[in-house]
Design a protein around this ligand. Structure first.
Ligand code: ZN
Length: 300
């Protein structure tokens, strides 16, 4: 399987110069473990009628490179989709849907929906929990609702719990989750999904963390002291808030988790930028198709 090593813009353009290049790349990823007909299971195929599609030589079923992936039923060319993804994962701030719509000449709703799909593919696999030392804290973020001008009211604030890894004195990876409240029950999922049981976890003095010590024996609680004890963590929280405000100045409450997932997908790969595009394309190939209709249209 060819892996795109360099995502320098020109390299990207050379690599995916035509639609066929894109389809061939998808086909390689999709059938990297070998071909098996979806209808009859036969492993013998001939070239199909669509670009890079494979036609079962036994039953004749012709399967395209995008069937069964997030690229199924795209509303624009596959080459455009690749270029949009390139912008989403590599541009410094992560191209928002307004910019994408203008730049690629599609309508904003279409760009927004495609972005939502890409965000789905950015969800954590939960396979690599944070380890060593992990700092945990909660914060609130305002999300203006439709038609509302200016500052959001306090009941529109969304609560978020964030966990950041510290390894050898440096920032490692991070994750965050939208939570309903600050109860132990709400705080627990980020621990279950993203923090190793033997990690040294640092949290503030909030009583909601206490019951979690049963499963996390190395959980320590210390007073925040106006942020002094969690300096690195608070810098990370500020960075995240600035990104959300600056790039996606408008984000409806129900989509906030998707933006959080996008942020950390990029952040956690900040030192692997040469492979991040491959990674997201691979995730989109592995992800089952999502109907446009099933992504609600509140935040267009
Ligand atoms: Zn078949």
């Amino acid at each position: 399987m060819r892996i795109l090593k360099d995502i320098d813009r020109q390299t990207f353009k050379d690599r995916f110069a035509t639609k066929d290049d894109c389809y061939n790349f998808l086909a390689e990823l999709k059938w990297s473990e070998g071909y098996s007909c979806k209808r009859c299971g036969s492993q013998v195929f001939i070239k199909g009628k669509q670009p890079a599609s494979r036609r079962c030589s036994k039953c004749g079923y012709d399967e395209s490179a995008t069937t069964g992936t997030l690229f199924h039923k795209l509303k624009f060319g596959i080459d455009k989709a690749f270029e949009m993804m390139y912008e989403i994962v590599t541009s410094k701030k992560g191209a928002n849907s307004i910019w994408l719509a203008e730049h690629f000449g599609v309508n904003q709703k279409t760009a927004w929906l495609f972005r939502q799909k890409v965000q789905l593919a950015m969800k954590s696999s939960e396979q690599y929990p944070l380890e060593d030392e992990v700092h945990v804290d909660e914060f609130e973020i305002g999300t203006p609702q439709a038609g509302e001008q200016g500052r959001s009211k306090s009941d529109k604030k969304v609560r978020v719990i964030i966990a950041f890894e510290h390894r050898n004195g440096k920032s490692g990876r991070g994750y965050a989750k939208v939570i309903q409240d600050y109860s132990s029950k709400s705080l627990q999922p980020i621990f279950d999904h993203h923090i190793k049981k033997d990690a040294i976890v640092m949290a503030d003095g909030w009583s909601g963390y206490k019951p979690l010590k049963e499963e996390y024996p190395n959980l320590e609680q210390t007073l925040s002291d106006h942020g002094k004890n969690f300096k690195m963590l608070h810098i990370q929280i500020r960075n995240f808030k600035n990104w959300l405000r600056g790039v996606h100045s408008y984000c409806n409450k129900e989509y906030l988790q998707n933006y959080i997932d996008e942020y950390f997908f990029r952040f956690n790969r900040r030192n692997h930028r040469q492979s991040i595009l491959d990674k997201i394309i691979m995730r989109c190939v592995e992800h089952e198709p999502v109907a446009y209709a099933s992504i609600k249209l509140h935040a267009t």
